[in-house]
Ligand binder design. Sequence first.
Ligand code: SF4
Ligand code: SF4
Length: 379
Amino acid sequence: MVDTLKDEIKAYAKTIGIQKIGFTTADYFQTLEKRLSFAQEHDLLTGFEHPVIAERVNPSLIFEQPQSIIAIALAYPNQMDNTLRSKRGEWRGVFARASWGVDYHTVLREKLALLEAFIKTKVPEARTKSMVDTGELSDVAVAERAGIGWRGKNTLLITPEYGSFVYLGEMITNIAFEPDEPMGDQCGECTQCIKACPTGALLGDGKMNGKECLSYQTQTKGMMPERFRDKLHNRLYGCDTCQVVCPYNRGKDFHLHPAMEPDEAKVKPLLKPLLTISNREFKETFGPMAGSWRGKKPLQRNAILILGRYKDETAIPDLVNCLLADPRPVIRGTAAYALAKIGGHIALEALQTAQQEETDDEARAEITAALLNLSQKEG
Ligand code: SF4
Ligand code: SF4
C-alpha cells in the first residue's frame, strides 16, 4: 500500500513542478552529527543554523514517532539576460542566485503544503512536519540520504540533472515508505571549488568554516572584518563562486518556475541609490527577495564597501552623508573606510570633521584608521 502511495506521491510531485523527490528513513543522522560536532568544537558554525545539534540529527526529538522523511528539490536558474552592466559612476552590486525571484522559502513551502494536502487525502491519519532551510533538519543531509544528490566539497547538494542549482525542502511523516538509495559522492579527485573560494572557507572533505564564507559575511549586521572587504568584489548578498566553478554545473540553466525568474534591475541594483533608499522603498523593491531577510543595513554596508573598492568619486557626496549623518555606527564606520579608499580632499575634510564628532567607539576607530590610510596614500 505504501509503495503504491510512494508512486502516487512521486507522480503528483511532478504535476506540481517538483523536479526531484526522494524518500528516506527517519533514522538518526550519524555522519551529520559528527560533522556538526566537529564544526562546533572548532568554532566553524555561523550561528544562523538551528542551535541544538541533537534536534538537527534526531527526527524523533522534533516529531512524534517519525517513520520517514520525504525530500524535494526544485531547480532554479543559473543565467539571466545581462542587459544591465556596471559602468563608471553607475556601479552595480549583485545578489547571489539563491536570491533571484521570489523568496524560495515561500515557493518551497507552498509545494510542501500541496504535497501534505495530497498525502492527507490518501491517508487521513497522516501526520507531517515540513521545513525549508530554517528548520531543525539539514536539507542537504536529508536530500543526500534520500538519493536526490550528493554533498559536494562545496558543502552543497549536487544533483546529476540540475547541478547544485536546486532549492531543498523536506517533510517528516508518520508513514513508513521504502527508502531510496543514496547515490554516493561523485566529486572524486576534483577540488575546483576549494581552489576558487576567495577566502579559503572550504577546508576539504566537505568541511567548511562558515564564518570565513563571504555568503555569511554579506549577511552580518556589524562591521565587516577588514580582510573580507576587498574580497567582496561586487557581491551585495551571498556568493556563488563555488557553484559557478563546479563542473557539474556546466551548462545547467533551468527556467522552470516563473517565481524564480530574476528581475535584473533588482538582483543587480545600482549601488548609489541603495545608500539613500527609504525603508518603505526598500521593502517594496527588495522585500519579496530572500536576500532582504536581514533588512537593509547589511546590504547598504556592502554597497558602501563595493563603491569604495571601485573608487567611485561620484559616490563621495552620498558617502560623506553616510559618514556624518547616518544614525547607524556601522554605516558611518564603513563609509569612513570607503572614503579613504577613494581619497581626495573632500573625503579628507569629511573624515576630519567626523573624527571630532563621532561618539561611537567602533566607528571612531574606523575613522582614525581611515585617516591614517589616507595620509599614507596621499602623503
Ligand atoms: S560561497 Fe563563496 S566564500 Fe563561501 S565557500 Fe563558496 S566560494 Fe567560498
Ligand atoms: S567543484 Fe568539484 S569538488 Fe567542488 S563540489 Fe563541484 S565536483 Fe565537487
